[in-house]
Write a protein that binds this ligand. Structure first.
Ligand code: ZN
Ligand code: ZN
Length: 406
């Protein structure tokens, strides 16, 4: 019995490239907010149908495609699909002019400001290429088109909707993200790659009074100021200097007028950590300081609410090493870089952690080198140079999948 199978061709013909560019521009011009990706999901499902790839909707706006090609390994590949509430200011003729409605009812402009349109386009293109080259691979690819990455809700929603009961469980899970460095190159991080993130809202209750009669008040602004100052010591005085964490206060609201002491103050915190140990140290410390400062002010116990949390992203060192070799072979030694762990967050890791499947998430460059640094993700000016960016993403995806599907 022969086990010889061919090598996957990772480059595209002119016609395939043209099709990919049209797909990208369509997606770029039609972004949708997190967990509202209805048209995007319908478009993805339609493309998978056209390729003859079995697919189903998961978590309302997620799509799972199952591309089977005989017996062999099962590999998962994830592409996220949501846009952001940003007014696009790129000047592109395919720029988005669409608007959406946030869950609180606010009407907002919507933009693919994180480049998830490149992720979906690259995944669909890779699926099409693999459908044409069935003699060069064997096994099953589980394509996960995940909604709601930006709010950290999408991966969890797909898991809660039975993703791994409905789809075959892969032996390895892959994914990649466009980033503002040179197209043609990729960046990999072994082990802890992206931080966990926790968002916290604190409501401090005080006692309202005339500004001239502070003795009758419990001033929530003074309380809030002390609390936030004290929170700075969690990282600077309590954390082992060899560990890392971020505790940011990103909003503070209190009062309406200079001569009224208000009855409450609200602030929000964002916490980034890499280990469960440091995470619980920071979250526990926040609770302790918030409560203790309230006590010091003789104020009622504050309300502490958690919202938006992102899991850790811990790349399998073994599979990262394999991928490093595969990508070096595909792109060249000087095109594969080692990246330090990022304080940014991603919910990709949850998809693999849920079923203890190893995973690798890497970054691909989205820009032609230029004099000034390219705009960063989430900027209204973020516009990848799609031709080399997509080519890099497709080649990387095909090389990676090809390796694991032999
Ligand atoms: Zn983003
Ligand atoms: Zn993103």
């Amino acid at each position: 019995m022969s086990t010889e199978i061919g090598t996957i061709v990772t480059t595209l013909t002119e016609a395939q490239t043209a099709l990919m560019h049209r797909m990208y521009k369509h997606l770029h011009a039609n972004p949708e907010l997190s967990m509202q990706e209805h048209q995007t999901a319908a478009y993805i499902a339609q493309q998978l149908d056209a390729l003859g790839i079995e697919n189903f909707i998961c978590a309302d706006t997620g799509v799972v495609g199952i591309q089977r090609n005989g017996n062999g390994p099962i590999v998962g590949y994830r592409a996220d699909s949501d846009g952001l509430p940003i007014a696009e200011n790129t000047g592109a003729d395919y720029a988005s002019a669409t608007r959406g409605t946030l869950s609180d009812g606010t009407d907002v402009p919507v933009m693919h400001g994180c480049g998830h349109d490149t992720h979906v386009t690259a995944a669909l293109t890779a699926a099409a290429r693999l459908a044409e080259q069935t003699s060069s691979w064997r096994g099953t690819i589980v394509w996960i088109f995940q909604p709601g990455e930006e709010t950290g809700a999408g991966a969890r929603a797909m898991l809660n909707d039975g993703l791994w009961d409905k789809a075959p469980r892969p032996e390895v899970l892959l994914g990649q993200h466009v980033f503002p460095f040179a197209a043609g190159s990729v960046g990999l991080t072994s082990g802890p790659a992206m931080a966990m993130a926790d968002s916290i809202k604190v409501t401090l209750e005080g006692k309202q009074s005339h500004g001239s009669q502070p003795q009758d008040s419990i001033d929530p602004i003074v309380l809030g100021a002390h609390t936030i100052t004290r929170l700075q010591t969690l990282v600077s005085r309590e954390l082992d200097p060899q560990s890392s964490a971020v505790v940011t206060c990103g909003s503070f609201h209190a009062g309406l007028k200079e001569n009224i002491i208000p009855d409450r103050a609200e602030f929000t915190l964002n916490v980034r950590t890499f280990t469960e140990e440091v995470r619980s140290q920071m979250l526990g410390g926040i609770e302790r300081i918030v409560n203790a400062e309230a006590m010091a002010s003789n104020a009622p116990k504050p309300e502490i609410e958690r919202f938006n949390s992102f899991p850790k992203l811990h790349n399998s060192p073994e599979h990262t090493e394999i991928l490093r070799m595969v990508l070096i072979a595909e792109l060249g030694e000087n095109k594969v870089h080692e990246l330090p762990p990022a304080m940014g967050s991603e919910d990709f890791g949850a998809l693999g952690d849920e079923i203890s499947v190893p995973y690798v998430y890497w970054f691909f460059g989205g820009f032609v080198p230029r004099k000034s640094a390219p705009p960063v993700n989430h900027s209204p000016h973020f516009l990848p140079d799609y031709e080399p960016a997509l080519a890099t993403a497709v080649r990387s995806a095909l090389a990676a999948l090809g390796h694991f599907l032999r």
